[in-house]
Design a binder for this molecule. Structure first.
Ligand code: 5GP
Ligand code: MN
Length: 378
């Protein structure tokens, strides 16, 4: 059967019907109904036709979507004959280090200047610079000015709200649940899905799985299941990826979670809000490592009636804030307005240079402004 030829772009159902009848899942047009294709794909494709020196940069303290989309794209581009280096502006959790390609990531740290020098040189020498899972230079800290001023072609692949406009090519869609999904979509649009192997598929699957909260958040649509299904057909192992990311806790991390739930979680019923505040001493007490606080903020939202959940903790250089919300309540607006941050409508982050106690005071003082919205949100 010539599977692609008769697919109607306007009808999702007909695509799904067809999809169900495709045992090999190889239709090149399967995802042609997906929203926005990169503008000027032919030019982008032409650029990739010769071997290039490529840099992929993702955001500070990368999560599974940031690292998974970067390493998935890196694997894909390497297969196309390009020289690819992934740079992270900071370290990342050990539960992401299983990802194929992890061993050659240039990961910056305060302890050593060597990776920073290497990163700067690679950025300046790159033909193409991919910026993944962020769209504001502030998210890559001091690397921002080097990427901004680099002579290479810049490509943005991202799904965060209110992006800076700097890229020559953009695959940006704030409705996309993950950057990893956008990478898949781009590969699909390049007509190169056949280059996706199990390693690449696992990296991309990890990004989709985590940014949808294990296919539970409101950003989980048919598209995410379709892409996850394709990636599984191409070799991703959902059970293993979930195990590596969710079920490789240290005993200390689990104890930190227990401590937070029993001692630190506070509820403000009037504002439908829950918050958690963690000092650097408390984090030290549980031998906290990068990534150990990830997911704590979601516990607040799991309480019936809670519509806004906030985690604030002392990262020493600054206070880091994580925001999560339900429905139409935009934590992106709150994080942007008051905490130099941003992200998505229902999941955002920010920071504060005040003390932990003063950060809490500031947060409590702004809540009345949002009281009505929090009451009416459903
Ligand atoms: P998390 O709370 O898990 O760190 O981040 C939630 C979302 O907000 C993620 O999409 C993340 O990329 C984004 N985010 C986290 N921290 C910041 C920040 O300081 N600034 C901006 N603009 N986005 C952030
Ligand atoms: Mn993401």
């Amino acid at each position: 059967m010539n599977s692609g030829a008769k697919i109607s772009k306007d009808s999702k159902n007909s695509v799904i019907d067809l999809y169900n009848r495709l045992p090999d899942c190889k239709s090149p047009h399967l995802f042609s109904f997906l929203p926005p294709a990169m503008k000027n794909i032919p030019a982008f494709k032409a650029i990739l036709e010769s071997p290039r020196n490529v840099i992929i940069v993702t955001h500070f303290k990368p999560d599974a979507d940031a690292l998974g989309s970067s390493l998935g794209l890196a694997g894909f581009l390497k297969k196309g004959g390009h020289k690819v280096t992934v740079i992270t502006p900071s370290d990342y959790p050990t539960f992401l280090m299983w990802m194929p390609g992890n061993e050659s990531v240039i990961s910056l740290s305060n302890e050593s200047e060597e990776p920073f020098i290497k990163a700067k040189q690679s950025i300046a020498a790159a033909d193409i610079l991919f910026c993944l899972d962020f769209s504001n230079f502030s998210r890559i800290n001091s690397l921002g000015e080097f990427v901004k001023n680099a002579p290479g072609i810049k490509v943005l692949i991202d799904h965060h709200l209110e992006p800076e406009s700097f890229a020559d090519f953009e695959q940006w869609d704030h409705k996309a649940a993950s950057t990893a999904g956008l990478v898949f979509q781009l590969i699909e649009q390049l007509g190169k899905k056949n280059l996706i192997d199990a390693d690449i598929a696992n990296c991309l699957y990890a990004g989709i799985m985590t940014d949808t909260g294990g296919f539970r958040h409101s950003n989980t649509t048919q598209t995410e299941f379709l892409i996850a299904s394709e990636l599984t057909a191409l070799g991703a192992n959902p059970s293993n990826v979930a195990k590596q990311i969710y079920d490789t806790n240290s005993f200390e991390r689990l104890k930190l979670t227990g401590f937070v739930l029993s001692q630190k979680l506070q509820v403000l019923p009037q504002f439908h809000t829950a918050y958690i505040m963690l000092s650097s001493q408390e984090l030290k007490q549980f031998g906290s490592q990068t990534g150990d606080t990830e997911g704590l903020v979601n516990w607040g939202l799991s309480i019936k009636g809670i519509k806004l959940s906030v985690l604030m903790y002392d990262r020493k250089e600054e206070i880091k804030l994580s925001f999560r919300s339900l429905g139409d309540f935009s934590v992106n607006e709150m994080a942007r307005k008051y905490f130099e941050g941003g992200g998505h409508k229902n999941a955002s982050g920010g920071m504060s240079r005040l003390s932990l106690e003063d950060t809490l005071k500031k947060f409590l003082s702004i809540l009345p402004e949002y009281e009505e919205k929090l009451k009416s949100t459903n």
